[in-house]
Design a protein around this ligand. Structure first.
Ligand SMILES: Nc1ncnc2c1ncn2[C@@H]1O[C@H](COP(=O)(O)OP(=O)(O)OP(=O)(O)O)[C@@H](O)[C@H]1O
Length: 216
């Protein structure tokens, strides 16, 4: 099966009722890059990330996955791993069950890392059998990061993935995400904290649903 090489946004408009919340004429992301989307609360970051995952459908325009053989298909959550802003974990399942659940829904192929190795990478050694509801917020956020990395996605989208983390774990998670991009995958990270631009290959600013020309 041909692999994703880019994500292309064209003439994207997303509205809620009569209010336009996102308008992006043209934007292209390539595999191998980590892109930071920076903007204040309500600027449209989550909406754009959800459009890249196919969770939100455009009112007009398109978000397409471009394949190596030139074919295109609409963005789809089954091709794109998401670290949601609110983690999206199942509280009554264990840490390892949450990571495995992500894999069960995934249609990608490839050799996958053992769950315990992934948990070690995010600093959660020894917690695989713990129920998610018994974890701190920062630990839960790292489970969500491990679940996304667990499917070795060509496209990984992370919404404020370090919002609950201390400095050491923020560094750890951002380095993992950059490493994933450097391994030939696309990583798009949204945050209001400009500090994440230090890790990104490219940083773009969103304001009121529009791309702006902020200088990072
Ligand atoms: N389902 C919805 N119905 C109505 N308005 C919505 C809906 N979802 C988002 N919006 C509005 O769209 C705008 C963009 O929201 P979005 O969540 O994308 O912003 P954000 O930049 O991710 O914000 P934050 O940093 O606070 O998470 C906001 O004004 C929000 O109120």
């Amino acid at each position: 099966m041909s692999e994703v090489v880019a994500v292309e946004v064209e003439d994207l408009e997303i509205r809620r009722g009569s209010v336009q919340i996102l308008s992006i004429p043209e934007l292209r992301y390539e595999v191998g890059e980590m892109v930071a989307m920076i903007g204040p609360s309500g600027s449209g970051k989550t909406t754009l990330l959800h459009a890249i995952c196919g969770l939100v459908r455009p009112d007009s325009g398109s978000v397409e996955l471009v394949m190596a053989d030139g074919r295109r298909r609409s963005a789809d959550l089954l091709d794109t791993a998401l670290v949601p802003q609110a983690f999206g974990l199942v509280a009554a399942l264990t840490v390892s069950e949450n990571v495995e659940l992500g894999r069960k829904l995934w249609r990608g192929a490839g050799s996958l890392r053992p769950v315990d190795e992934l948990l070690g990478m995010v600093g959660l050694d020894g917690l695989s059998e713990r129920l998610v509801r018994e974890l701190s917020g920062g630990q839960q956020q790292r489970v969500a990061v491990a679940r996304a990395l667990a499917v070795a996605p060509k496209v990984l989208v992370a919404d404020e993935p370090t919002s609950e983390l201390d400095a050491g774990n923020r560094e750890r998670v951002m380095e993992l995400l950059v490493g994933h991009a450097n391994a030939g995958n696309l990583v798009v990270v949204a945050a209001h904290d400009q500090a994440i631009t230090e890790y990104a290959h490219r940083s773009l600013a969103l304001a009121d649903g529009l791309l702006s020309n902020a200088d990072f």
